[in-house]
Design a protein around this ligand. Structure first.
Ligand code: 5GP
Ligand code: MN
Length: 335
């Protein structure tokens, strides 16, 4: 279900009743989480609102792919988000646990505005604008800007474009509707350097990443009989891998995109060890015949139908065994 007219009206009302706002997005922010947050943050600041933006996970470091985005000066460390904000705005966040150390602000804030596109969104705000048909949270932000009558400048268009290309996989995923291309045209017309934005996201990595890919992919396992015969491919990124190649967890987000090119497997899985807490971050992707979002939700996580994840406190062997079992019984969707 998309956001009702009343929700939009309430959201616009909330945004005009506070002169100071706290913006938060999900832990380990990706292009859409960060992009949608910075875009609205820039628009509100240009209008005269005091804006602080953050996320509740360590390390508090902007991933290299997004380090040239406008609006990074809006970011503050998580502790600098007020203990009891007037208005808290959560971006690209389906449930409060995804806010990490900032989840408690949902309880202490006077008002909470949830801006999102996850089907699994729990509507934890006092006002929720959740459009599950939107290709990205950034799309929802643009609709809000339009409804508020705020201009979509080049500075704002850059983070919006970042969210849009991230969540559509460069306009390749099924979520890429005609509306997505219409919005992309509008963004390009502001004069943004979309070529540099895309290169920073997709085509730039340290040499050490290329070497890590080689090591990780050479250990990948293909199991054609799994997922009810549709095939599973999985790989691990261990703490030793990260240490050996001098990379952070946020540097290896793209490993799943290489692994899932395996034509013999419907589902691809990357199990990454998080040096911050020693837990395993599981990334899953399907090609359209399996709802990995539902599978991950059953394992304590969530996400979208064809791209989802969860955190596992088990060891790698147990984690894969449990996931295999869940995937074996999941229904196959018509493709
Ligand atoms: P990724 O595999 O790129 O980390 O995440 C893919 C998608 O799965 C994200 O956009 C997010 O919606 C969802 N996701 C990943 N990890 C988690 C998790 O631990 N909990 C929940 N609820 N969703 C997750
Ligand atoms: Mn998103």
């Amino acid at each position: 279900m998309t956001a009702a007219e009343d929700d939009w009206t309430e959201a616009v009302r909330l945004l005009s009743s506070y002169d100071e706002v706290a913006l938060v997005c999900h832990v380990g922010p990706d292009g859409d989480a960060l992009g949608s947050m910075l875009a609205l943050g820039l628009a509100l600041r240009a209008r005269g609102t005091k804006v602080r933006a953050s996320w509740g996970s360590e390390p508090f470091e902007v991933p290299a792919a997004y380090s040239s985005l406008p609006g990074l000066d809006l970011l503050v460390e998580a502790e600098q988000i007020p203990e009891a904000p007037g208005l808290l705005i959560a971006f690209d966040t389906g449930s409060t646990d995804r806010l990490g150390s900032l989840a408690d602000r949902v309880e202490t804030a006077n008002d909470v505005l949830v801006i999102d596109h996850h089907v699994t969104n729990t509507r934890f705000g006092t006002v929720n604008v959740v459009d599950e048909r939107a290709a990205a949270t950034a799309v929802v932000v643009v609709e809000l800007l339009d409804r508020m009558g705020l201009p979509l400048t080049a500075e704002i268009a850059a983070p919006v474009y970042t969210g849009l290309v991230t969540d559509t996989g460069s306009f390749k995923y099924a979520a890429t509707t005609p509306e997505v291309h219409v919005l992309a045209a509008r963004l390009l017309a502001t004069g943004i350097r979309h070529d540099i934005i895309s290169r920073d996201i997709w085509d730039t990595a340290p040499f050490a990443y290329v070497q890590l890919l080689g090591a990780v992919c050479s250990r990948a396992v293909l199991e054609p009989a799994e997922v009810g015969g549709l095939g599973l491919v999985w790989a691990t990124v261990t703490g030793e891998d990260l240490e050996r190649f001098g990379l952070a967890l946020s540097d290896v987000e793209g490993v799943i995109d290489v692994l899932r090119t395996s034509g013999e497997a419907e589902v691809a899985v990357v199990v990454k060890s998080d040096p911050a807490d020693g837990l395993l971050k599981v990334s899953t992707r399907s090609k359209g015949a399996v709802d990995v979002g539902a599978v991950c939700a059953a394992l304590g996580g969530g996400g979208h139908r064809f791209a989802a994840g969860y955190t596992s406190a088990d060891d790698t062997g147990t984690t894969i065994a449990r996931l295999r079992a869940a995937l074996a019984t999941t229904p196959h969707l018509p493709v």
